[in-house]
Design a protein around this ligand. Sequence first.
Ligand SMILES: *Cc1c(COP(=O)(O)O)cnc(C)c1O
Length: 363
Amino acid sequence: MEYGRIFNFSAGPATMPVEVLEEVAAEVLNYRGSGMGVMEMSHRSKVFQTIIDEAEADLRELMGIPENYKVLFIQGGATLQFAMIPMNLMKNGVADYIVTGAWSKKAYSEAKKYGRVNLLATSEDRNYSYIPDCSDLPVDPEADYVYICENETIHGTTYQTLPNTKGKVLVSDQSSMFLSRPCNVSDYGMIYAGVQKNVGPAGMVVVIIREDLIRTDLDEKIPTYLRYSIHADNGSMYNTPNCWAIYVCGKVFKYLKKIGGLSEMARRNEEKAKILYDFLDESKLFHGTVDKEVRSLMNIPFVTGDKEKDAAVVAATKAAGFENLKGHKSVGGLRASTYNAMPREGVEALVNFLRQYEAEHQA
Ligand SMILES: *Cc1c(COP(=O)(O)O)cnc(C)c1O
């Protein structure tokens, strides 16, 4: 492949579009005649202001983000949001969490430090291999919000329909599915995503939050940096932001617009995932680990059912030039992350390899 690159199935930080990396490489020493690279310029410069403004405008256009939502670029990754959400959104001090995997479980545990947190539903009984029925849950009348992780990166499940929150605000962690398909932003009070899974470099989270949820009446003791209001009032530049991530994400937003937007991206992602799922469904050696109707288009775990065989397959994929296919320890086996930037050819090559492997290792 170009530049000696390999097919990288990492769950994050993850593969990026070559076209974007080429542009970034070309500009690294001198950004458009400014005489300096983006890593070296003041975040208060006109040049950088244009970069951040365009990034926000392009993201708004891609997702159709309504006027009454703010777009914030915040550091600390998705993990910091596990605390910022309860700190900022709990008015009554109550929240409902739906736990469908490792990431929502972490968010749930963190939120408990700040108030009364109800476990509204969970799929822990079958190692998070399904999404519970969320059509009629006992939502707490006092709940300030209902929380979900819309695509569980480790377990490989995704919501097909959003939970019925009975009028409560929905907060969604979209880290591992952000911009993978069209999204109706008005269905949510807040969406957030760590960008290193499906968009850009690590170290930043995009927060899309309805304006009326941004409070200014918070406890004085809440650190300044951890208030959504401070980021909203300062255009994500209260302090020095992650300029580099904003710049590279901005390029990815333009790239997505160019290829036809999120519906085209969804079409490609569905086509790509189907190649692997079709193989898994007919394979005698490998099988997927989650219920068919909720399987993720982005993270695809699969196993042989035998730990030693799994390890041998992982080693063989590595030797054949596929990277980062080892499954997370809580699921075992293999996991192929097929994010936006994974080309169809990568999945085809992997399936050809697995098919061949199966033929050579028939029980
Ligand atoms: C990776 C991931 C996180 C954590 O992201 P950090 O940027 O490392 O804090 C949270 N939620 C989901 C769904 C993830 O995939």
